[in-house]
Design a binder for this molecule. Sequence first.
Ligand code: CMX
Ligand code: CO
Length: 149
Amino acid sequence: MLTRIDHIGIACHDLDVTVEFYRRTYGFTVFHEEINEEQGVREAMLKINETSDGGASYLQLLEPTREDSAVGKWLAKNGEGVHHIAFGTADVDGDSEAIRDKGVRVLYDEPRIGSMGSRITFLHPKDCHGVLTELVTAASRKADASDAH
Ligand code: CMX
Ligand code: CO
């Protein structure tokens, strides 16, 4: 079950400049920063609020580490802006299988590693009315999910 907006992914050319904009304008600060080479991004997570399911909602600011990455290609075509939305779930495996059964293309056979050790997968934007959609199980929820079995 999808229980929250986990994050909104925003593509930018310069992570440090964009982080500074969000700090100066809204007072949001960096909760976590990392490089994910598999996804080809340097990213900053700005925590906006905690949620009733024990998770949280973030802005994910994304700078490409290479031009041929998903974010690099998208930036070259569209310029800076909202790149994807991500829903949080305690069970990314089960939810992505159920969504695949509804005829929506799930991009990965198995979830991959995302921010802060989370497990993530993506739904094709062409099957989601133009919105690249990510599903996320936060690292802290992985223990919860396996505890339940
Ligand atoms: N939102 C909406 N539409 C998008 C899109 C996006 N972010 N990215 C691509 N598209 C559209 C394109 O506009 C294009 O449409 P048209 O054919 O009408 O022009 C179509 O999808 C194909 O786009 P493309 O530029 O040829 O790009 P690819 O097919 O090579 O890749 C996608 C598209 C979704 C498969 C790829 O971006 C992907 O695998 N994304 C998932 C991984 C990812 O985004 N990682 C970065 C974030 C990491 C994180 O959140 O942690
Ligand atoms: Co994301």
